[in-house]
Ligand binder design. Structure first.
Ligand code: ADP
Ligand code: MG
Length: 250
């Protein structure tokens, strides 16, 4: 889940797409890769005074199974992060194959999961390059607001560079429109522009704007548990089905 813009729905989509895929029986690992730790908090797992992705990246902890935490959602596990991760870029700069460190960490646990979702921080720095190098595909959440498309060209350029130089299998899986408010002409215009620009790369599923999503994060639950009848619950289930139908996820 990648977009160097903050507040576009990366973390919310990681949590709720993860929960939806877990509901459909996939074994899902969500990796918190943002020092803010919002993914960990939103799934109700401890991120302070516990080993985190930072310790795995720096080699302080070699065994990912020590770091992985279960959530209350069956089939959905998390590798947490906290503010320690903000120091990782500095420490990794001088490492050998510094872009491949997350990939080598996740390789150890990949056989235990059907899907691994990485919640990136809002930057295109070394951590995000690590995430792109470790991935088969990129999902870009775009909020249906002013300047939604600003920065996306640079993001796609970064994805192309990583594909070229580090990870030939990397694909742009698709763009998820989030925070869509069908009552405003503005949101409809933004969505139309996004579809005109990216065509079939845009998922048919659109995530509507609802206060139940931030409420669910505060309650540290996926919306499927917090407000199952809210349209956003169905939207994330539909996004999961769409990823399977497109062959992105087996
Ligand atoms: P990012 O990880 O890209 O920074 P978040 O997922 O944290 O973005 O979302 C930013 C804020 O917007 C959070 O408070 C989140 O709860 C809220 N939010 C996310 N998706 C929606 C939505 N569809 N409707 C309303 N609020 C949303
Ligand atoms: Mg986030």
């Amino acid at each position: 889940m990648c977009n160097q813009k903050g507040g576009v729905g990366k973390t919310t989509t990681t949590i709720n797409l993860g929960a939806a895929l877990a509901r459909y029986g996939r074994r899902v690992l969500a990796v918190d890769f943002d020092p803010q730790g919002a993914l960990s908090a939103g799934l109700g797992v401890a991120a302070h005074d516990v080993p985190t992705i930072y310790d795995l990246m720096l080699g302080h902890e070699k065994d990912p199974s020590v770091v992985i935490q279960r959530t209350e959602t069956p089939n959905l596990d998390v590798i947490p992060a906290n503010i320690d991760l903000s120091a990782a870029e500095v420490h990794l700069v001088s490492e050998v194959a510094r872009e491949q460190i997350l990939a080598s960490v996740l390789r150890k646990v990949a056989p235990d999961y059907d899907v691994i979702l990485i919640d990136c921080q809002p930057s295109l720095g070394l951590l995000t390059v690590n995430a792109l190098t470790a991935s088969h595909g990129v999902l870009i959440p775009l909020a249906c607001e002013y300047f939604a498309l600003r920065g996306v060209a640079l993001l796609i350029e970064t994805i192309e560079k990583v594909k070229d130089r580090l990870n030939p299998q990397l694909e742009l899986d698709g763009i998820v429109a989030t925070m869509y408010d069908s009552r405003t002409l503005h949101a409809r215009e933004v969505l139309e522009r996004v579809v005109n620009t990216f065509d079939d790369k845009v998922f048919d599923t659109v995530i509507g704007r609802t206060v139940k999503l931030p409420d669910a994060s505060v309650a540290a639950k996926p919306i499927l548990d917090y407000a199952p009848s809210n349209p956003a619950s169905e939207a994330y289930l539909q996004l999961a089905r769409e990823l399977v139908a497109r062959g992105t996820i087996a």
